[in-house]
Ligand binder design. Structure first.
Ligand SMILES: Cc1cc2nc3c(=O)[nH]c(=O)nc-3n(C[C@H](O)[C@H](O)[C@H](O)COP(=O)(O)OP(=O)(O)OC[C@H]3O[C@@H](n4cnc5c(N)ncnc54)[C@H](O)[C@@H]3O)c2cc1C
Length: 382
């Protein structure tokens, strides 16, 4: 089941993009046929395959929007969007590249020094540098302004102490952008005094502890920093501007197709089975498909706004809150189609993976309640 059959608007693309889509799809079909991967659910978080990531890089499908002088391909956000949708449509194993390509690269381009861009961007485009997100802590997931990790200025750099939580992929990543408090908290101006640092995860003083999910999988971690030295050249952006920078990073984190396509492979499989008469047709499945089409258009629009360097926080929050609800609803609706007897083993596996991953969809990257608040404020309702 191709994306355009479920989302006809995906076929309405400017010249050249349909060819790109077909090229990516043909490559992915070859990889599936060769047994490199089997389509899965939520694979952008859970399935690391560095070789596959490097194979994508060789084809020029990583670092697509990074300028050529930094090892990228100088292509458009729209081209990247098409590649991203195709990777998600088959649930390819893309976790190794995801954070680096989605948000580390654009953040470095926006806030990084020339030296940082030259040091990290070529490796990201080559699929050789993996990145994680160092925002959440135990008492500050939703309320990031409350982070307790402290950065203290020392000769030549900063010493950082604190604990980051739920850090996906930290055990496999090369580094993360860490959000820390670099000057004391001012209750009147809670968002001031925060800064971002580029922390290499093999630095002395870092301990990475696994957190296993109830299903026994390991993708989360607790990252403990004990007096970790970060040289001045690895300060990200400006000291004290961490809040503005993180908010801008979240624009990239919240609006992409992975916020409504994490369970696409399951839906596609279900629609195929419905077509063959092995699952019943329901109006609810039709509604799901309609919502998917709307989200494709919304996410595409945000991608175009971000490509102009404009802010899209509000629109990105709308995509995320509607999209992640849809991802969970897909699991629920599709699971109910089959009673307790899945028509195929593959369908059963995709449903199981969907049920396991579902609770995280509306939490990661900002919870639904928080995003609803962001949207209300953005609309002037608060
Ligand atoms: C799969 C997954 C991957 C993740 N990966 C990363 C990662 O790589 N890096 C990283 O930094 N973080 C990561 N996170 C953490 C994620 O960003 C946080 O879980 C999320 O921001 C919520 O924070 P919390 O868990 O501390 O919940 P809390 O902030 O404690 O919230 C608990 C509940 O209270 C509600 N709530 C809180 N405040 C309010 C309010 N003001 N109004 C209304 N309701 C409120 C929330 O909506 C939520 O339902 C990941 C989380 C998941 C599930």
């Amino acid at each position: 089941m191709t994306l355009e059959r479920l989302v006809p608007a995906a076929a309405l693309l400017p010249e050249g993009l349909a060819e790109l889509r077909a090229e990516v799809r043909a490559f992915l079909e070859e990889q599936i046929a060769a047994g490199v991967f089997t389509p899965g659910v939520d694979t952008w978080l859970t399935r690391w395959n560095p070789e596959f990531t490097k194979a994508l890089a060789k084809r020029g499908w990583l670092g697509m929007t990074i300028p050529v002088e930094y090892g990228g391909h100088g292509r458009t956000f729209l081209e990247r969007f098409v590649v991203t949708e195709e990777l998600l449509a088959v649930g390819a194993p893309v976790a190794a590249q995801w954070v680096a390509d989605r948000q580390a690269a654009p953040s470095l381009l926006k806030y990084g020094t020339e030296e940082q861009k030259q040091r990290f961007l070529p490796g990201i485009a080559a699929g050789e540098i993996c990145w994680a997100i160092g925002m959440s802590e135990s008492e500050s997931g939703s309320d990031l302004a409350n982070v307790r990790t402290k950065a203290v200025a020392v000769e030549g750099g900063w010493k950082i102490t604190g604990t980051k939580l739920w850090t996906s992929g930290a055990h496999l990543a090369d580094g993360f952008f860490l959000l820390a408090r670099s000057s004391p908290r001012d209750p009147e101006h809670r968002h001031d005094g925060l800064s971002q640092f580029i922390v290499l995860l093999d630095s002395p003083g870092i301990t990475i502890r696994p957190i296993h999910t109830m299903a026994g999988e390991h993708h989360f971690n607790e990252v403990i920093l004990d007096d970790v030295f970060v040289p001045d050249e690895l300060v990200m952006g400006e000291i004290g501007q961490g809040w503005a920078q993180v908010t801008s990073e979240l624009g990239f984190e919240r609006s992409g197709p992975e916020r409504f396509m994490s369970t696409f492979a399951l839906l596609a499989e279900a629609i195929d089975l419905i077509g063959r008469g092995e699952l019943p047709r329901t109006a609810e499945t039709g509604r799901i498909v309609a919502r998917l089409s709307a989200l494709h258009q919304m996410s595409l629009s945000v991608s175009q706004v971000l490509s102009r360097g404009e802010k899209a926080d509000l629109a990105a929050s709308v995509v995320k809150t509607l999209g992640t609800r849809l991802e969970g609803d897909i699991v629920e609706v599709v699971e109910e189609l089959s009673d307790d007897r899945p028509p195929t083993e593959r369908f059963g596996e995709l449903v199981r993976a969907g049920l396991q991953q579902r609770p995280g969809f509306t939490l990661r990257g900002g919870t639904t309640e928080i995003l609803d608040g962001v949207i209300a404020r953005g609309l002037g309702m608060r």
